[in-house]
Design a protein around this ligand. Structure first.
Ligand SMILES: [Zn+2]
Ligand SMILES: [Zn+2]
Length: 217
């Protein structure tokens, strides 16, 4: 690959989601018609299925999460509320199973909040006092030439790549550096869902290639 930003000719594959609609649906609301008992009206709404404890024989990643756990989240079998503890994760803009992890599960972000004591004040790494500064547009444009992408090249915005798309690629790299220190080109880590969501919302291009496609990182 010769990409020097998060853009490449590589197809985004079927995992790409272009769904910008809100997923909330109003048709789960109870319907009451005068004097008529509507079947099932007293039944509780379906609870989201609790995650099954992951298969002990299955390999887990750096954050202790197994592929089947992440896949269940991606497929919607385990809803966000069942795994997000930071209250900021949102699956609306996620594009791959690897992104379905909460900052409280991600070893590096939870460790950072623990070690600097911010865990006493905040629930989510995106609420950290340094987060806005680190992901500020002007900062990211300044820091881009200092970072190396996974091919060892500098981050350079190529023709056809919007500034926001470029900024996101730099942001993911820079946030990873903030959370993990220098980890080398080949040792990439998926970021938490809350981080992907906040950056895709802020630097919106209506197109996200996602971690799974090795581009936006
Ligand atoms: Zn979360
Ligand atoms: Zn979070």
């Amino acid at each position: 690959m010769s990409s020097d930003s998060d853009s490449s000719s590589e197809s985004c594959g079927s995992s790409e989601r272009m769904d910008w609609e809100h997923s909330e649906s109003s048709d789960s609301e109870a319907i009451r018609i005068d004097g008529v008992i509507v079947p099932y009206q007293d039944e509780p709404l379906a609870d989201c299925i609790e995650e099954e404890s992951s298969n002990a024989s299955e390999e887990t990643d750096n954050d202790g999460l197994s592929p089947s756990t992440l896949e269940a989240r991606f497929e919607g079998n385990a809803c966000v509320d069942s795994w997000c503890q930071c209250e900021q994760c949102n699956n609306e803009l996620l594009v791959g199973a690897l992104e379905f992890r909460c900052c409280r599960e991600v070893t590096n972000s939870s460790a950072k909040m623990l070690f600097d004591g911010s865990i006493e004040r905040i629930k989510c790494i995106t609420e950290h006092e340094d987060y806005d500064a680190i992901t500020n547009r002007a900062v990211l444009l300044q820091v881009a030439p200092l970072l190396r992408n996974q091919d060892g090249g500098i981050y350079r915005r190529r023709n056809g790549v919007s500034e926001n798309e470029f900024i996101r690629a730099v942001a993911y790299r820079w946030i990873t550096r903030w959370l993990c220190g220098y980890i080398g080109r080949d040792n990439r880590r998926p970021l938490p869902a809350c981080v992907y969501h906040s950056k895709r919302k802020k630097y919106n291009t209506r197109q996200h290639k996602g971690y799974a496609n090795f581009q936006e990182h």
